[in-house]
Write a protein that binds this ligand. Structure first.
Ligand SMILES: Cc1ncc(COP(=O)(O)O)c(C=O)c1O
Length: 386
């Protein structure tokens, strides 16, 4: 048996960077806001828009109130409405599918690739062919989710979507900081949504999100929809339906501080992932990252036939872990109406995947303990089977 570290192990650590950045720097930034009084969408949000667009390498960024709103706003900008088909992964957090559905569009659930856990382009093609054959819905958009921080197969997905006259929205809620070939999240799909919820790779201290785009027209539409469909010329003329989806200045100030250590944090996440990749037993099937891509490792996730037993074993040994996601969206109560396609890979993954501790401040001793404890489980299982 490996010795348990003296400090508790966390699945995420939402507070650790506070010490590294210095609490006084957050307080100073908050004091500035208290003094200027621009609490909602104040100067900090404008600075953040610019810094995030630069970081992603895209033209525009519009920060907003959450990752969910960051998904809804581009769909509103593209005029997604009843009668439209929006193709979306089912093995994801519910918000990916909720965004088109709340606008009245029909979510068409697509199966996952068993290695990357992301949307399977072949099943996307099948789903499109089915919708075309039925002839009732207008092909509108594809939402590609970078599950657990791992970039989706954008070359294939964008080719298929564009050939069929559809836009691609990247749900990069879990993958800000990831790279697809030579591009960063935010600059890969037609538009991108991300979340700054506290457990995300780049996080705030509440709710926050951002929309990334490369055309002025799309960015202007997003900004208008973010504030009740307001006209940029006349703030008392609302020219379309919209939301209240502004980011507040305090959250922007937090993210501006966190950006200072973001690159280093990504390096640390990669170092933890490398140890897991190299040292965890082959009994655990590791999530595949496509060639020339970098995951942001929002989570580190393995696939294991005895998932529930492994989860109990790890918890008994003081290792937090999570089964994300135990129910694909198409099987959830509110979405059963649209549960029209067989999604065998999603169904299987929901029973076999497990996310283990992953954050930039997971110390070497804790990493070793996680690895050894998991390998002990694998050895017990393998010797029983022999
Ligand atoms: C894949 C995915 N999409 C969207 C969201 C929604 O983000 P938020 O919680 O900021 O609304 C999340 C949040 O967990 C997510 O994981």
């Amino acid at each position: 048996m490996t010795n348990k570290p003296s400090k508790p192990i966390n699945l995420f650590d939402v507070q650790a960077s506070q010490k590294v950045i210095g609490q006084e720097n957050f307080l100073k930034a908050f004091e500035t806001i208290l003094n200027h009084g621009g609490y909602a969408q104040g100067p900090e949000t404008k600075e953040l828009d610019q810094k995030l667009a630069e970081y992603s390498g895209c033209k525009y960024c519009a920060t907003c109130s959450s990752g969910t709103d960051a998904l809804i706003l581009p769909l509103m900008a593209w005029d997604v409405k009843p009668g439209d088909a929006v193709f979306v992964s089912s093995f994801t957090f519910v918000a990916s599918a909720e965004a088109p559905t709340i606008l009245g569009a029909t979510p068409i659930f697509v199966d996952s690739d068993p290695e990357t856990y992301n949307m399977d382009p072949k099943d996307l093609e099948r789903a499109i062919a089915e919708v075309k054959k039925e002839g009732k819905l207008n092909l509108k958009a594809v939402i590609a989710v970078d599950i657990f921080g791992n970039p989706a197969n954008y070359d294939e997905i964008m080719k298929i979507a564009h050939t069929n006259g559809m836009k691609v929205l990247s749900d990069a809620a879990q993958s800000y900081g990831s790279e697809y070939h030579d591009k960063r999240a935010g600059n890969i799909a037609d538009m991108t949504a991300t979340s700054f919820y506290p457990t995300k790779p780049l996080a705030c201290y509440g709710d926050g999100g951002a929309v990334f785009s490369n055309t002025e027209a799309e960015n202007e539409m997003v900004k208008s929809c973010r504030v009740h469909g307001m006209s940029p010329e006349d703030h008392y003329d609302n020219v379309r339906l919209g939301l209240t989806a502004r980011m507040d200045s305090f959250q922007a100030a937090v993210i501006l501080q966190k950006l200072k250590v973001f690159e280093q944090e990504l390096k640390e996440r990669h170092a933890v992932a490398k140890r897991y990749d190299n040292e965890l037993s082959s009994y655990f099937h590791k999530q595949k990252v496509l060639d020339n891509c970098k995951s942001a490792y929002g989570l580190y996730t393995i696939d294991c036939a005895d998932r529930d037993e492994l989860m109990a074993y790890l918890k008994e040994n003081g290792i937090p872990c999570g089964a994300y996601y135990p129910r694909p969206v198409n099987t959830q109560t509110a979405y059963k109406k649209w549960n029209t396609r067989a999604l065998p890979v999603c169904e299987k993954l929901s029973k076999t995947v497990l996310s283990i501790p992953m954050h930039p401040y997971l110390d070497t001793e804790s990493q070793t303990y996680v690895i050894n404890t998991m390998n002990e489980f694998a050895a017990k299982k393998s010797s029983k089977a022999a």
